[in-house]
Design a protein around this ligand. Structure first.
Ligand code: SF4
Length: 289
């Protein structure tokens, strides 16, 4: 069927994929007709340059009501289930409460952390950033050189591609949360050692417990292996749903790998993974899974 005769939702998905991944060799390269785009516009910011749908309108935020009338810090570092594999049984936090918990964790524990050897070679810790009410939490392996210099996750070339992937989902970077398995750059960008991962990941687990995303997307094999406690290959893991303490988890390729192997097959694989995520998040136009 010619692209311009496809259903409007399908046309929008194709257009997103092209903008995000340049899949022009496999799908239509034509921007959808204005009429085809119209149904989606009720869901997005009406500002002419608004790049993505609003989270509120897309029902991405968690539905749980705030449990705390006043924002105050609660020490979760000693929570007995902090490292267990059990589903969450700690309270759901309000947006203000989440921000405070995360800020305090960063200010008092992570920023000057010296718990493992990576502290000796780093410039800055990279705590992670994004919407504390994000429906999706992206987890990479560890900071690279640019991230080490800036203290921000995924801001180098791989980060720019991740931004495109996020935009392809109809979101902005500040509508998701982005973090890493370890918060300090491993020298020469090597894979973090098991003891470094074991020492650092309690921070990540606490971030996940505070934010409680609807979906986790692991970027690359090391983060998938850690979260799923598996030795499987990326080929075996990606493209299907896994479970992390009751949260749906989708492994996909790391953007840095995609930059090295920028083939239509790999780009299509990532886009297929992200479409599954979009479906669970209830994002407009995502096909049913
Ligand atoms: S990698 Fe993690 S545990 Fe190690 S020093 Fe950095 S913040 Fe601390």
């Amino acid at each position: 069927m010619p692209p311009d005769q496809l259903p409007a939702g399908r046309q929008r998905l194709i257009w997103r994929a092209e903008r995000a991944f340049g899949l022009k060799d496999t799908i239509a390269s034509k921007r959808p007709r204005a009429a085809a785009l119209q149904p989606a516009l009720k869901d997005v910011d009406t500002a002419p340059d608004a790049p993505a749908a609003r989270v509120d309108d897309l029902a991405l935020r968690g539905a749980a009501p705030p449990l705390f009338a006043d924002a105050q810090y609660i020490d979760t570092s000693a929570a007995p289930d902090a490292l267990s594999e059990s589903p969450f049984d700690s309270p759901v936090l309000s947006t203000a409460q989440k921000r405070i918990q995360l800020d305090v964790m960063n200010d008092t524990e992570v920023r000057d952390c010296q718990k493992c050897g990576l502290s000796r070679t780093r410039t800055n810790t990279v705590f992670g950033e994004g919407d504390v009410d994000a429906g999706v939490f992206f987890i990479g392996e560890g900071p690279g050189e640019t991230e080490d210099q800036t203290g921000r996750p995924f801001v180098g070339r791989a980060g720019q591609l991740l931004d495109k992937m996020i935009a392809g989902m109809g979101l902005r970077r500040d509508q998701v949360f982005i973090g890493n398995i370890v918060k300090c750059r491993p020298p020469e960008n090597r894979v973090p050692a098991p003891d470094e991962v074991d020492t650092c990941t309690p921070y990540l687990v606490r971030q996940l417990e505070i934010i409680r995303p609807k979906v986790i997307v692991t970027l690359g094999l090391p983060s998938a292996k850690y979260m799923l406690k598996t030795r499987s290959s990326m080929g075996q893991l990606r493209g299907r749903w896994h479970d992390w303490r009751g949260i749906r988890l989708m492994p996909t390729f790391h953007p840095a790998y995609l930059l090295r192997a920028y083939t239509p097959e790999n780009r299509r694989a990532v886009w297929d993974d992200l479409k599954k995520v979009m479906s669970v998040l209830g994002l407009a136009d995502a096909p049913r899974q």
